[in-house]
Write a protein that binds this ligand. Structure first.
Ligand code: GLC
Length: 546
């Protein structure tokens, strides 16, 4: 029997879906195309909900589906109140929400608060004259000696200011010039934006992933950022990111979200260079102050090494406030897919399985990026097929983000079962032997690992709420940790090396295999020193013979 205290926590926390749930990130253009125009859509997602349910997914996060000129593929919104026709209509969205909820799957929308599209009605008004009532809804400034107002550089590597001839002023854009930044110091704009958020909450969406939420407020005095070695684009974004007032806006937003039951906000904390756990965690709080979850992308940039992973995870947990909760992510639509990150080297199938077990058994809400569950790899995109404006701009030094956005590989049929028409991005050439249909019948596939571990997460509260107690910190190429909750005590062992390894389990009891990439389930071990297979992922539970 659980003691009363633990029992109460358990009962209370079981309702906090964003803590125990497994969240699946869908890039809608690439998931499933129901109308055969080559682009994924909302009806397509609806048709695949049973697949997601079977995988064990508790919530989906959709990259933006609002009306947009699609310059940055939806991250440039022209109307927050409507659905882009390429994805469907509002009725489709409401059906999706209902169908998700019927299956007990939550739905998280992407929300872009930092900027709109330059085609948004607000911006059109704002740019029409110096005296337009919405002028101050965006960030307009006079130039300085015939130049931009200050030295800020956008995240795309160019000047962050665009000159507007009509009104002889510059507007700020932290990304492309097609994405003008909103002015979060303007209360009228804030109220109008919060009304948009209310609209979606009233419809019943369960939460929001907040795009670059740490960018939203800029220095009031627009001071120049410090630059390194005199190189203008090597700057410390002191005055245009992570400003104290950003936290105040987040707090207001949290208040709004908390007016509704069981909703959540998750922040993309964009930091360059990546790997700043402390900044990501600074936005977290389970209280009224901050975000429910925040992304720290550090793990994505780690080389393949048990000790590097250990240090990274430990650092993340160290910064999580006592009332905060971690989440974990290995891939997304902006970065290299985890499967063939160059840092991985070879043996990627084995490594993908270790990553799956790691992602689903360390402490924190796991995020799976579509296709990660079958070990999808980066696409090889030729110049003529490039869609991402970043790829167009920087080719061939940087080929852009399309590689992580190629169509989902459902089966070995034409276009991987994604569409009957030519997909908007080329398919990965490996789809004939790497796809959902095939991996569903292979007992040792990456997909099976995801399914099995998600099942274990649902069975053992320790994998969700348990403390994380590392016992091997990577020195020998093994990362091993206990997850402990009440009487549950699971041991997870991950061998990062392509060679036999061993581990000492200093406890005087038998162990039973709950999961292994290499050995029989339910097998019982008496030894306190266990030999571990090359690239094995193993989960053990203490076992008492009857
Ligand atoms: C975020 C998104 C990215 C987008 C950018 C601008 O980083 O993940 O895809 O281009 O914000 O909205």
């Amino acid at each position: 029997m659980l003691n009363l205290k633990t029992n109460n926590i358990l009962i209370k926390e079981q309702f906090v879906w964003w803590k125990h749930g497994v969240i699946y990130h869908i890039y809608p253009r690439s998931f499933y195309d129901s109308n055969n125009d080559g682009i994924g859509d909302i009806q397509g997602i609806i048709q695949k909900l049973d697949y997601l349910k079977d995988l064990g997914i508790d919530a989906i996060w959709l990259s933006p589906i609002y009306e947009s000129p699609q310059y940055d593929f939806g991250y440039d919104i022209s109307d927050y109140y409507s659905i882009d026709p390429i994805f469907g209509v509002m009725d489709d969205f409401e059906t999706l929400l209902q169908e998700c909820h019927n299956r007990n799957i939550r739905l998280i929308m992407d929300l872009i608060m930092n900027h709109t599209s330059n085609q948004h009605a607000w911006f059109k008004e704002s740019s029409s004259s110096l005296t337009n009532p919405k002028r101050d809804w965006y960030i307009w400034k006079d130039g300085k000696n015939g130049n931009a107002p200050n030295n800020w550089i956008s995240a795309t590597g160019s000047k962050a200011w665009e000159y507007d001839e009509q009104t002889n002023q510059y507007y700020l854009h932290s990304f492309f010039k097609e994405q003008p930044d909103l002015n979060w110091r303007n209360e009228e704009m804030r109220e109008a934006f919060f009304n948009e958020i209310r609209f979606w909450l009233d419809l019943g969406v369960d939460g929001f992933r907040l795009d670059v939420i740490n960018f939203i407020v800029k220095d009031k005095k627009f001071r120049d950022n410090p630059v390194f070695m005199g190189v203008p684009f090597l700057q410390k974004h002191l005055y245009n990111r992570n400003r104290p007032k950003s936290y105040k806006i987040v707090k207001k937003l949290r208040k709004l979200i908390d007016e509704y039951d069981n909703r959540m906000i998750l922040g993309e904390i964009y930091v360059m260079p990546p790997g700043d756990a402390e900044t990501a965690a600074s936005y977290l709080s389970s209280g009224e102050k901050g975000l429910n979850l925040a992304f720290d992308f550090s793990l994505i940039f780690k080389r393949w090494s048990a000790s590097a992973y250990y240090k990274c995870i430990k650092r993340w947990y160290k910064h999580i406030p006592t009332d905060g909760w971690p989440c974990n992510v290995l891939s997304n639509h902006d970065l290299n897919r985890s499967y063939n990150r160059s840092l991985f080297g070879s043996n990627n199938n084995e490594k993908a399985k270790i990553c799956a077990v790691l992602l689903l058994t360390i402490k924190g809400t796991p995020f799976i990026y579509y296709g990660e569950e079958i070990g999808m790899q980066n696409g090889e995109i030729e110049k003529k097929d490039i869609q991402d404006p970043l790829g167009k701009k920087f080719w061939p030094i940087y080929k852009g983000r399309d590689k992580a956005r190629t169509p989902m590989q459902w089966n070995a049929n034409i276009n991987a079962g994604f569409s009957n028409n030519k997909p908007w991005l080329p398919l990965n050439s490996d789809y004939k032997f790497k796809n959902v249909e095939l991996q569903d019948i292979q007992i040792d596939s990456v997909l099976k690992v995801y399914k099995n571990i998600i099942k274990l997460r649902k069975k053992f509260s320790a994998l969700v709420y348990g403390d994380w107690k590392p016992i091997e910190k990577g020195e020998k190429g093994i990362l091993a940790y206990y997850r402990i909750f009440d009487k549950e005590n699971l041991l997870i062992i991950l061998n990062f090396r392509n060679s036999y390894n061993s581990i000492n389990i200093d406890v005087d009891c038998f162990h039973k295999v709950l999961f292994s990439t290499h050995r029989e389930i339910d097998k019982v071990y008496l030894e306190s020193t266990l030999s571990i297979f090359p690239y094995e992922a193993l989960i053990l539970a203490p076992y008492k013979p009857i």
